[in-house]
Design a protein around this ligand. Sequence first.
Ligand SMILES: Cc1cc2nc3c(=O)[nH]c(=O)nc-3n(C[C@H](O)[C@H](O)[C@H](O)COP(=O)(O)O)c2cc1C
Length: 178
Amino acid sequence: MSQEIHSGDAMAVILNRRSVRDYTDAPLGDEVIEQLLRAGMSAPTAKNMQPWSFIVVTSRETLSTLAEGLPFGKMLGKAAAAITVCALPEEANNGSAELAVVDATCATENILMAAQAVGLGAVWVASYPYEDRMAHVRTVLGIPDTVIPLCVIPLGYPTVVKPPIDKFKPEKIHREKW
Ligand SMILES: Cc1cc2nc3c(=O)[nH]c(=O)nc-3n(C[C@H](O)[C@H](O)[C@H](O)COP(=O)(O)O)c2cc1C
């Protein structure tokens, strides 16, 4: 696929993004999934180590099985696809699990933004840091113990467009000093 750049205004994408947990039955094409993965892999990483892997799931059965072990991931049962973002400590700067998680988090945010930009609904479903949820995701997706399944991102076309929330809080900002 060519690296087509969509012209959606970046600030509008950022400010309008919401967690979307209800999807239509429409399937996702391979091209749109690749766009999301390209966005994920465009994220910054410590020392440019890119210590991540992405598992794409479109099988209805696997999506439902994932949902069973994720208490706040029931929407996976309705999703057209999901991307599980994995952090790879062995490939991170200094072999650091912390940096791997930070780097994979940057990739996740990029995927969430890209989903918004192309008109998809998505949400971060937590796996890390919960040992039981990580164990479930590892078992279902065959992920080795050395790899951290950071989160699962269900994807689908939204049934409704949620209005943006203004979270700007001036009291959260310090100038010059705390
Ligand atoms: C680390 C993290 C874990 C999250 N885990 C879940 C989850 O397991 N299930 C879920 O439905 N939403 C989850 N979310 C999404 C938040 O609930 C959501 O971002 C928050 O309520 C704000 O809503 P918004 O994304 O629409 O602005 C998670 C978000 C983050 C950053």
